[in-house]
Design a protein around this ligand. Sequence first.
Ligand SMILES: C[S@@+](CC[C@H](N)C(=O)[O-])C[C@H]1O[C@@H](n2cnc3c(N)ncnc32)[C@H](O)[C@@H]1O
Length: 254
Amino acid sequence: MAQDEKNHVKDKQLMSKMLYQMVHEHKTVDINGRERQVTGGVSQEEIEFIKSLIIERKCRTCMETGVAYGISTVAICEALSCLGSGCRHYGIDPCQYSEFNGAALAALKECGLDRFFEHLDGPSHEMLPKLLDRNVKLDLAFIDGWHTFDYTLLDVFYADKMLRPGGILLIHDMDLPSKRKVWGFLKTHRRYKRIEYMADKSKFGYLINVFKGLFQAKRSVVKKAILGLIGIDRLLVLEKVENWEPNYNYFKNF
Ligand SMILES: C[S@@+](CC[C@H](N)C(=O)[O-])C[C@H]1O[C@@H](n2cnc3c(N)ncnc32)[C@H](O)[C@@H]1O
């Protein structure tokens, strides 16, 4: 069996059928049963990491901005299903019907995971204050909505208000300068500590991963390792240390 084929067999064993279809075959089905091509979303490595983080840390209440076809949404709800009843995942997306024709909702239903999920149909700057108003407390927040600095900052601002100390904040697409600027804000204006995402963070480790990815013919592994080599992980993983905000007259450039 060719190496590429062997990898696909291994991936199939590791992932649920739904996630495998979305991530590797780039297809899913919308609420009208029409096939849709999946563009974008978290990678297999990110899925595995996010799922194990939720399970290990028992993150029973989660929230994400940016649902799209629902790769991250299905992954999060799969992890919640391992933690038993009473878990909840809130997903915010203004385009779930208009652009994706309910594809994420259809995928969750197909997997029997819809009982964990609540869709908030609107932009995050309107929906997050509603969650805050409902006194929702979060164990994990995944930020992957509108990627500009201002919207990401607002997502993080509200997520921080709902995250309990010890909770996890994930920010996707850190290769974008807008996202890294928000990380600068967090470093100077809140108390978070970074959790290393890749198991091996040394430059040598990244280099090994480049070769591993090339050998396994996995472009996503190669890309992530190269980004790691130059100091950028696509997924930023943070743990909230404590509820803390600077004084009203504090200012620091970031
Ligand atoms: C990169 S995609 C999300 C991918 C998804 N997390 C995954 O892994 O499958 C970004 C999503 O953000 C949504 N979006 C756009 N503007 C938004 C806003 N103001 N608030 C929340 N989500 C928004 C888009 O509709 C799109 O579905």
